[in-house]
Design a protein around this ligand. Structure first.
Ligand code: OAD
Length: 237
């Protein structure tokens, strides 16, 4: 029996756009309406914890009210015939809710919190991470160890602890599929460069994406339509 082909799927906010969640950098995206340095950076956290908590309370509430779309579902269906690992920059849980089996959240998860350490080195142990679903967190809400709870989000200015695992996945893949990311934020944006020389790279995005590789096949569509096209291509291979 042949081993299943390995697909590394790197997703960004564009995969959740058709579910009704805003992207960050498109017109009227989240960063047009909020300053990321205030609501999503480690400096912003230390300056005004209440503001950061409030921003993520809002994101959690939005997530409660949306559903996975056909792009999430098609990505989940790839599990039937391929050995798939989704590496997402998204902090939503729509890949899991669509049924994807392996999901690495590079930038954290909005439905989770953990105790802050109160210093710039915000390293943590997975055991401290708490799943709060769609609940609100306010200043004064404490972890079992007595520390203020903070969002389980990789803030700007913090390290990306899961990047090593993501590099391993991409460098072992036969196919790298990139869906709905502007590739503006490192180290995630550089991950595709770890693809093997013989790996195929596909991008699904309606806009131009800054990838300088002649082998890239760009499917210029929204995620739902693009994923249908990708599925028919990959099933013929
Ligand atoms: P961006 O907002 O930077 O990029 C969204 C991408 O999705 C763009 O390339 C759009 O063209 C594309 N897009 C929009 N609608 C789409 C659709 N219906 N189908 C497919 N693609 C669509 O979002 P990200 O690249 O995910 O980090 O942003 C990366 C990181 O920056 C985020 O994880 C977040 C943000 O700051 C943190 O907060 C740590």
């Amino acid at each position: 029996m042949c081993a299943k082909k390995k697909i590394a799927v790197l997703t960004g906010a564009g995969v959740s756009a058709e579910s009704g969640l805003s992207t960050y950098r498109d017109n009227n995206g989240l960063w047009d309406n909020y300053d990321p340095m205030e609501v999503a950076s480690i400096e912003g956290w230390f300056r005004n914890r209440a503001k950061v908590l409030d921003f993520y309370n809002g994101q959690r509430e939005k997530l409660r009210n949306v559903q996975p779309n056909d792009a999430h579902r098609t990505i989940a269906r790839l599990d039937d015939n391929f050995d798939v690992c989704v590496i997402t920059q998204n902090v939503d849980n729509l890949h899991e809710r669509a049924g994807s089996g392996r999901v690495i959240h590079l930038h954290g998860e909005v439905t989770k919190v953990r105790p802050e350490t109160g210093v710039y080195d915000e390293s943590y142990s997975e055991r401290e991470v708490l799943d709060i679903g769609y609940e609100k967190v306010v200043l004064g809400d404490k972890a079992p160890n007595g520390s203020q709870l903070r969002p389980h989000i990789v803030f700007f200015g913090e390290a990306v602890p899961k990047i090593e695992r993501a590099i391993e996945v991409v460098s072992g893949a036969d196919i790298v599929l990139i869906v709905g990311t502007s590739l503006q934020v490192y180290p995630a944006a550089g991950l595709y460069r770890y693809a093997r020389n013989d790996a195929k790279i596909y991008i699904i995005d309606p806009a131009e994406v800054p990838v300088n590789e002649s082998r890239v096949i760009h499917i210029r569509e929204n995620a739902t339509c693009g994923m249908k096209k990708f599925l028919s291509i990959v099933n013929k291979e």
